[in-house]
Design a protein around this ligand. Structure first.
Ligand code: ATP
Length: 235
């Protein structure tokens, strides 16, 4: 199967002098759920930010379905949906307005049928006219995903999708992400929870101090390391 995302020889040194990423090489297969597992400060958000063209790499390249994220930004970025950790938006805007706006940012023509499909898939259809300020925490998380899917991306990045949410909401998110993958979207998520990676991923990459130290099929990784060793890797 052909890889949908290729990261080659990626380094990031922030202006502060901090080496946040060191020689990252990674290939993501079309249709998989890939979990990037690592402790706080390991470089997960930095890696996502570079792959999405938000942060400039110091060295190396990122190709999204063959398009270079720096040289061919518009084509590459159009293939990516990014679900950030927090919602930053106009609290008094409607759900429909917010998702439509996200689609417009990518220069895609309005497509009410697509927005309806996304809102229904995320159980937000009943709330389409509601102001964002009235949504529950779980609905706001789902709105972030709806916004990221608004322009019909092939790859969805979820940056710590369940950080700070309760047990029930975590289970709902996991189910939702699996359902999205079943529609053909490739999923890359970052997490520092082993159970989340174990529950969701086809493959797991472990990142520590800016380096990817291991990439394995989930079953193989759990067989080789087990939970105890894996926990030690994350400290
Ligand atoms: P977390 O799980 O806490 O979100 P993370 O794995 O996503 O962590 P990053 O946020 O990518 O890690 O941070 C990696 C390292 O780079 C950290 O040491 C962080 O302090 C540093 N860092 C992140 N952003 C910047 C920045 N804009 N300027 C300087 N250093 C930064």
């Amino acid at each position: 199967m052909h890889d949908v995302l290729t990261v080659s020889g990626l380094y990031k040194t922030y202006a502060s002098g901090h080496d946040a990423l060191k020689n990252i090489n990674l290939s993501i297969r079309r249709g998989e759920i890939f979990a990037l597992l690592g402790p706080n400060g390991a470089g997960k958000t930095t890696l996502i930010s570079i792959v999405c063209g938000i942060v400039n790499p110091s060295q190396g390249s990122v190709r999204v379905d063959g398009h270079d994220i720096v040289r061919d930004y518009r084509a590459a970025r159009a293939l990516i949906g990014l679900v950030p950790q927090e919602l930053t938006t106009d609290a008094f805007e409607s759900v429909w307005g917010s998702v439509s706006f996200s689609r417009g940012l990518f220069g895609r023509p309005p497509d009410p049928a697509h927005i309806e499909k996304v809102l229904k898939a995320l159980s937000l259809w009943e709330k389409k006219d509601s102001k964002i300020i009235t949504l529950s925490g779980g609905m706001k998380r789902r709105l972030l995903i709806a916004k990221a899917l608004s322009h019909e991306p092939q790859i969805l990045f979820l940056d710590e999708p369940t950080a700070g949410v309760d047990v029930n909401l975590r289970r709902d998110m996991w189910q939702l992400v699996r359902a999205l993958r079943d529609t053909g979207v490739t999923i890359i998520l970052t997490t520092h929870y082993i159970d989340e990676a174990e529950e969701m991923a086809d493959r797991i990459g472990i990142i520590r101090k800016g380096e990817i130290i291991l990439v394995e099929d989930k079953a193989e990784l759990m067989r080789k390391l087990g939970r105890k060793q894996l926990t030690l890797q994350l400290q």
